[in-house]
Design a protein around this ligand. Structure first.
Ligand code: M6R
Length: 607
């Protein structure tokens, strides 16, 4: 993944590069570094760990220079230590990189045979040596760029600085995003507008295959065919303000609490309750004639897609296939002429999802995306964009992005169901009315959140936890298990409740925690039998249900959490909250890094 930034200014670039890196930390936080040009030489500081460690290093040994590059790393090749931290330097050349250079092994061998000494285990180091090699041959910056782009394969956003050219940066992008920022007496290159927003709002996005030479007062962009091109400059909507935690201890806690409000905003973007009419953006096809919808996403967004399948098939009678983004391209799925594909992504930058989108476009599908970051690559490459109004989600664990995705997807299902003439206005109104009242039920769950503490205290000692759900809440079980894994590092698995007996039930023994997501719905009695099966084997059951469900049980589990009663159709949105809260409180008990769990990054821009 990694976040990169470069700057050319009239004064020291270090404070702005650091500020940009802080805002890019969501892309990786294994190590960080900055290199600057100072009177014809390169000076560099690096540190293993988060940006705060680099700041410490800079306090001890300050840096100064008017041209510089910075990097925050999510390790792919080589352990996260100082030696492997970017920028990588080869003589006068410094490089920061986001992506994976797939032919690094061959290049490494070739460069070693040319006399280059490799210092790191990274794929990026070869790019630094390669640039030095061509620079030593006397090539101009333009020729160097053409030469290295011919040699590198894989995905990259690269920013390159050469000590002999103060006031100049070279950059290239292939599959990894890169934006140019135009400041007052300053130029910037960065992974995204978020990094550049405190410094400038004037942004130009490089397109795939573009490379550029950036000077203090000029910019030249070339496309993949080395033809000079212009890219539009727009004013970014991204705020430059620092996003704080407010009164909350963690961003995750804050984001969990924002859900009633942001779901409300998202709903009002897609539905007008006064006129009782849907406001879904127009698509270039008739949803009534759509043969099939393919939904593609990763992680939590994929679970949102799984729930959307229940809604779109159940309400709109539309055939839906849901694919994991990293698998979609490899199974040669049957995509009908005139079909559509929906890509769900909070960041709009997940590379697996982006590559799946490009594959679907090649196969002639209409491209719709549901994203939270509207200037993202996925949004820019879509025909129609549905936007969740969750606001910036900083914590690595997705919470409010997920529930706003669900709210938007249910609106889409209701709208298309009407367009396909399979849902009458009255039924549609009932669902939308229930959705509109959901923020109140969500607020109720949050008001009573302290009750999770004792349960979390007990579950924090578990080695494994099983989550079960049925129907619309089977994906909620998967999401609950994912939240627990990423936040507390406890092994957890989500299963369809009825699937337990086909194997996983062998895992159950005395004391194994089993979280049952079971609102009272048409499948409840069957789920209740699965609950009994778990209890009979000594499982420590945590039941999430409503009054009606709880009253129907004669065997009461160890932990029972009564949820507000809602229409089962909207229950996956409501029941997302307790599984988030449980994971959050267990993480607090275990003392893990809630907002930046180990090994993860918010935006996953490698395949
Ligand atoms: O930005 P995206 O929605 O494309 O991200 C997809 C996944 O990487 C993401 O949902 C991930 O699973 C979260 N960390 C889960 O909390």
């Amino acid at each position: 993944m990694c976040g990169i930034i470069g700057m050319i200014g009239k004064t020291s670039v270090v404070p702005s590069i650091l500020e940009g890196l802080r805002r890019l930390e969501y892309r990786g936080y294994d190590s960080a570094g900055i290199a600057v040009l100072n009177q014809g030489t390169t000076d560099r500081r690096r540190a293993a760990g988060k940006i705060a460690k680099l700041e410490n290093e800079l306090r001890k040994k300050p840096l100064d220079g008017n041209t510089g590059i910075g990097h925050t790393r999510w390790a792919t090749h080589g352990v996260p230590n100082v030696v492997n931290a970017h920028p990588h330097v080869s003589g006068a050349v410094s490089v920061v990189h986001n992506g994976i250079i797939e032919n690094h092994k061959q290049l490494r061998e070739e460069l070693v045979s040319l006399g280059f000494a490799m210092e790191t285990e990274t794929d990026t180091e070869v790019a630094a040596h390669l640039v030095k090699y061509y620079h030593d041959q006397g090539l101009t910056p333009e020729k160097i760029m053409r030469a290295i782009i011919d040699r590198l394969s894989g995905a990259y956003a690269l920013v390159i600085m050469i000590a002999d050219y103060p006031g100049m940066l070279m950059a290239a992008r292939k599959s990894s995003p890169l934006a140019i920022g135009f400041g007052n007496n300053a130029m910037f290159v960065g992974s995204d507008a978020l990094a550049l927003a405190p410094m400038t709002r004037r942004i130009s996005y490089l397109e795939d295959g573009d490379w550029t030479i950036v000077n203090q007062d000029s910019l030249t962009i070339y496309n993949s065919k080395n033809v000079q091109v212009e890219r539009p400059v727009s004013l970014t909507e991204v705020s430059g303000a620092l996003i704080g935690k407010g009164k909350y201890r963690h961003f995750m806690d804050k984001e969990i609490h924002e859900q009633p409000e942001v779901i409300g905003y998202t709903l009002s973007a897609f539905y007008d309750p006064n006129l009782n009419c849907m406001k879904i953006p127009k698509v270039a096809f008739n949803p009534g004639l759509l043969p099939k919808l393919t939904i593609v996403a990763a992680g939590t967004s994929y679970y949102a897609g799984m729930i959307a399948k229940y809604w779109l098939e159940g309400l709109a009678r539309l055939p839906v296939e849901v694919d994991i983004a990293s698998e979609f391209r490899y199974r040669n799925s049957v995509l009908p002429d005139g079909g559509a594909a929906l890509f769900i992504s909070q960041s709009g930058e997940s590379l697996d999802t982006l590559m799946a989108l490009r594959h679907a476009r090649e196969k002639g599908q209409h491209i719709i995306s549901l994203i939270n970051v509207d200037e993202s690559t996925i949004a820019r490459e879509s025909d129609v964009v549905l936007k969740t109004l969750a606001g910036p989600e900083i914590s690595v664990a997705s919470t409010k992005a997920y529930t706003t995705q669900l709210a938007a997807l249910l609106c889409l299902a209701v709208d298309w169901a009407q367009k396909r003439n399979v849902l009458d206005k009255k039924k549609a109104f009932e669902i939308m009315d229930e959705l509109s009242r959901l923020p109140t039920a969500l607020a109720k769950v949050l008001a009573d959140k302290e009750r999770w503490n004792a349960c979390a205290h007990e579950l924090a000692g578990a080695r494994d936890v099983i989550y079960l759900g049925r129907g619309l809440n089977f994906p909620t079980a998967l999401e609950g298990a994912l939240k627990l894994k990423e936040l507390s590092y406890i092994h957890a698995e989500g299963y369809a409740a009825g699937e337990m007996k086909h194997g996983p039930i062998a895992l159950l023994d005395e004391g194994m925690p089993v979280v049952m997501v079971a609102p009272y719905d048409e499948w409840f009695d069957k789920t209740a039998s699965n609950l009994k099966e778990a209890l009979a084997r000594g499982g420590r059951v945590v039941l999430l249900s409503d009054k009606e469900g709880i009253e129907r049980l004669d065997d009461k589990p160890a932990w029972v959490f009564e949820m507000p009663k809602v229409n089962p159709m909207v229950s996956p949105i409501l029941y997302a909250l307790p599984v988030q809260l449980l994971a959050y409180y267990i993480a607090l008990e275990k003392g893990t890094d809630v907002d930046q769990p180990r090994n993860l990054a918010k935006s996953v821009t490698v395949e």
